[in-house]
Design a protein around this ligand. Structure first.
Ligand code: HEM
Length: 409
């Protein structure tokens, strides 16, 4: 049987052991493989670092539109009927030049290292609240459910300007969106359930836009509500989609890195010890955690001309799926890729993508991960897992669902 169909199995992809074993096999034996599954339009899956980087940096040759992530055909049809686009949303990841450049420009300044650095006091305060909460929980907690899921949520919601009492609802909607393939997280199995999730986001953010137009504040919601593109207000679909990507891409991914990073430290006690002794390594450790967890499993591109990768020729107009966790464990680029090493040179890791669409929130994500461990490690004496952790079943954004731990401050 062709193992490439496993890429579409949320159980296999939702567990690091089975996912990396599949990627090792594909990268070595079938690095450019054609995937045909009854529920999905066919696509080429690429697992080598060199190919994924090349495709990501040539944005005019490999387009984000019309196919950005893997979505079942039935749901794509429902989205097309409801929103007039098969992606449903029109976020930055769904656009190409010149529109992409203009819309990315709306928040580019906000997410640069300088302005993000100015937020470090606020992020540190939220990191401290999270670690205080962990200490207050006694000596046992579910690190994912009680700590790592909520910390980045608080950060991004405060940046956008969503009230704390509305965060639980935002978390639920994000989990319903990214956990649609996981029965314990999805709203339901019908296409209408997925549409309902998007409609709830729309209703909420439309009201927020109206509020900020009349009551501007110093937050991202006000920037998005009042932005002009070519001298005109943003189209409603573009604007609400912008909110949705900032609100969703901004926390599940970072939560998955903090949770997966904590797990990696517990599984590599010598690295944990080193990091406690050398807190100045927290920045480099954060980057290794991002390489290691690579929570965004894939993005897609469409070819504009005939291409050849690893001897395999691909026609114009075909879909390519770029598997970032596979690239991040490619031994051609990373020595001993399956070793977690907080001092590794990670300049080449691709968990944030690459090229014109490279993650807008990368500096914020790095800051959050770094500051969390800077706060936690000097205060904690011991931490261990007390049960096997559980993973979200997902093929797009994945990570831990639960990780019970025991610890001593
Ligand atoms: C560890 C955490 C994160 C990871 C692993 C991650 C990963 C990614 C990846 C792989 C892409 C696509 C890049 C490409 O196509 O080349 C992306 C795009 C994006 N991310 Fe992140 N992300 C993270 C955190 C964040 C945060 C905190 C935000 C804050 C709002 C954010 C906002 C975005 C946006 C807006 C885009 C679309 C950029 C574009 O298409 O121009 N991400 N991210």
């Amino acid at each position: 049987m062709n193992r490439n169909l496993d890429l579409l199995d949320p159980m296999i992809m939702g567990n690091e052991t089975s996912m990396y074993s599949l990627f090792d096999y594909l990268r070595d034996s079938d690095p450019v493989t054609y995937v045909e599954h009854p529920d999905y339009e066919p696509f080429w899956a690429l697992t080598r670092h060199q190919d994924i980087k090349f495709i990501s940096q040539n944005n005019d040759r490999f387009l984000n539109n019309p196919r950005t992530v893997l979505v079942q055909q039935e749901f794509e049809k429902a989205l097309l009927e409801q929103f007039g686009t098969r992606n449903g949303l029109e976020t930055l990841i769904h656009m190409d030049a010149p529109k992409h450049r203009k819309l990315r420009g709306v928040t580019r300044e906000w997410f640069k290292p300088g302005p993000i650095g100015n937020l470090s006091g606020d992020v540190q305060a939220i990191a401290k609240e999270s670690v205080d909460k962990m200490e207050g929980l006694g000596g046992e907690c579910d690190f994912v459910k009680e700590i790592s899921l909520l910390y980045p949520l608080r950060v991004i919601m405060s940046i956008i300007g969503v009230a704390p009492e509305e965060e639980a609802m935002m978390l639920k909607l994000t989990q319903e969106l990214f956990g649609a393939a996981d029965p314990s997280q999805s709203r339901g199995t019908e296409a209408g359930d997925g549409l309902g999730v998007l409609m709830d986001f729309f209703t909420y953010f439309t009201a927020l836009v109206e509020d900020r137009k009349s009551n501007p504040r110093d937050d991202l919601a006000t920037v998005l509500a009042t932005a002009l593109v070519d001298g005109e207000p943003m189209e409603q679909l573009d604007q609400i989609s912008y909110f949705i990507i900032a609100a969703t891409a901004g926390h599940d991914t970072t939560s998955a890195t903090v949770g997966g990073g904590m797990k990696a430290l517990m599984e590599h006690p010598e690295q944990l010890r080193k990091l406690k002794e050398h807190p100045e390594l927290c920045n480099s450790a954060a980057r290794e955690m991002i390489r290691w967890t690579a929570p965004v499993r894939h993005m897609m591109r469409t070819t504009t001309q005939e291409e050849v990768f690893q001897g395999q020729s691909i026609k114009a107009g075909e879909s390519l799926c770029l598997w970032y966790p596979a690239a991040n464990r490619d031994a051609e680029v990373f020595s001993n890729p399956d070793v977690f090493d907080i001092e590794r040179d990670n300049r080449n890791q691709l968990a944030f993508g690459y090229g014109g669409h490279m993650c807008l929130g990368q500096h914020l994500a790095m800051l959050e991960v770094e500051l969390f461990f800077r706060e936690l490690l000097p205060r904690i004496q011991h931490i261990e897992m007390i049960e096997n952790p559980d993973w979200v079943q997902a093929i797009f954004v994945g990570g831990l669902k639960s990780m019970p731990v025991r610890y001593r401050f």
